[in-house]
Design a binder for this molecule. Structure first.
Ligand code: SAM
Length: 328
């Protein structure tokens, strides 16, 4: 695809129009920060909690599927193949390393993030898995535009979309393109898992605003969500603006109506097996030995057992739900 060149002839990130352009610019411009600066984030407790939730979902839904992968049973080390759509800067690479996967394909629309993910994978000292990365608009183009056929010949065991699927719900075409990319190379019995904003809760909060309110926004010191309209509630393109302190700067996002999502996913042979709010995921797993220990290691709780999140971060955590679908 065409790339423009800067005056010193370095390739520049591809320009995208409209809301997609705002999303891409936002993620491309977010600096990759070192561990020390990351730990100093005012919402580090929430960031660690989100990572803990992703680890729980991967352990619970991806590990069994990876272990039962037909490939892992017939060949050497590693257990299957994962597609990380909207992989960002590669924040889940370590989680996939722990899942002892054989191969990862990482895609994201933000080219700068994709380069950072590739570097992160190269730098992983014990990166025991093979990986390929590409910058592609996964909601507008087929995956086959980005990879040679050999890379996609073997189907995926797991497809993961973490904190990114809602951007596809701008239009029905985008949501369907996303689902086609999820399903086309996912094996039967494979799992599609992800995290998205909790539409029910967002709409409930919108409805709770006083009828006289001119500013259709709600939130706290950590996050703010602003709707443009109270009446219009289309199934696709129901836009709001999201701000998350030290993470997301007023980016346009779209409501994912769960029943609508389930309905169109079925057209791609994807059927829901799990849907939980983040607070429920915490309630269900925080007392289980393995995940309790993980909470300490991932600094979701301090050494003294106290939560690393204040009240506002805890409230912001429940903006999201985790889900899993099975390909049948
Ligand atoms: N999945 C990563 C994680 O959990 O750390 C990154 C999440 S970040 C909040 C959302 C990501 O979605 C960004 O990296 C963004 O570039 C990506 N994204 C948004 N629209 C996309 C599209 N059309 N195709 C591919 N990636 C997209």
């Amino acid at each position: 695809r065409e790339r423009s060149k800067s005056p010193d002839n370095r390739p520049q990130a591809k320009r995208h129009a409209g809301d997609v352009g705002k999303v891409v610019d936002h993620y491309n411009l977010r600096p990759e920060v070192g561990v020390k600066q990351r730990m100093g984030s005012p919402i580090i407790g929430l960031k660690n909690f989100n990572n803990w939730v992703k680890s729980v979902l991967i352990t619970r839904f991806a590990h069994p599927v990876l272990a039962s992968s037909p490939v892992s049973q017939s060949s050497g080390p590693g257990r299957g193949k994962v597609l990380d759509m909207g992989c960002g800067k590669g924040g889940d690479l370590t989680k996939w390393g722990k899942a002892r996967i054989r191969e990862l394909v990482g895609v994201d629309i933000a080219e700068v993030s994709v380069s950072q993910a590739r570097e992160r994978w190269r730098a992983m000292r014990n990166s025991c898995f093979d990986a390929a990365f590409a910058a592609i608009d996964c909601y507008a183009e087929p995956l086959s535009n980005a990879f040679p056929p050999a890379r996609l010949a073997q189907p995926f065991d797991v497809v993961s979309l973490q904190f990114c699927m809602h951007y596809a719900f701008e239009t029905s075409q985008k949501a369907r393109c996303m689902l086609r990319n999820v399903s086309q190379y996912l094996r039967k019995g494979g799992v599609f898992l992800g995290t998205i904003p909790n539409a029910d809760q967002l709409i409930e909060r919108l409805d709770a605003l006083p009828l006289s309110a001119a500013d259709l926004s709600f939130g706290n010191s950590v996050y703010r969500i602003r709707f443009e309209d109270r009446q219009s509630r289309p199934l696709f393109g129901h836009r709001y603006h999201f701000f998350l302190r030290d993470a997301v700067e007023d980016v346009p996002e779209y409501i994912v109506d769960w029943d609508n999502f389930v309905g169109i996913a079925a057209e791609y042979s994807l059927h829901p097996i799990y849907k939980k709010e983040f607070h429920q995921i915490y309630a269900e797993h925080s007392e289980q030995e393995e995940f309790k220990e993980l909470m300490v290691r991932m600094k979701v709780v301090e050494a003294n057992g106290e939560s690393a999140m204040d009240e506002d971060q805890w409230e912001a955590a429940n903006i999201y739900i985790g889900f899993a679908f099975e390909k049948r």
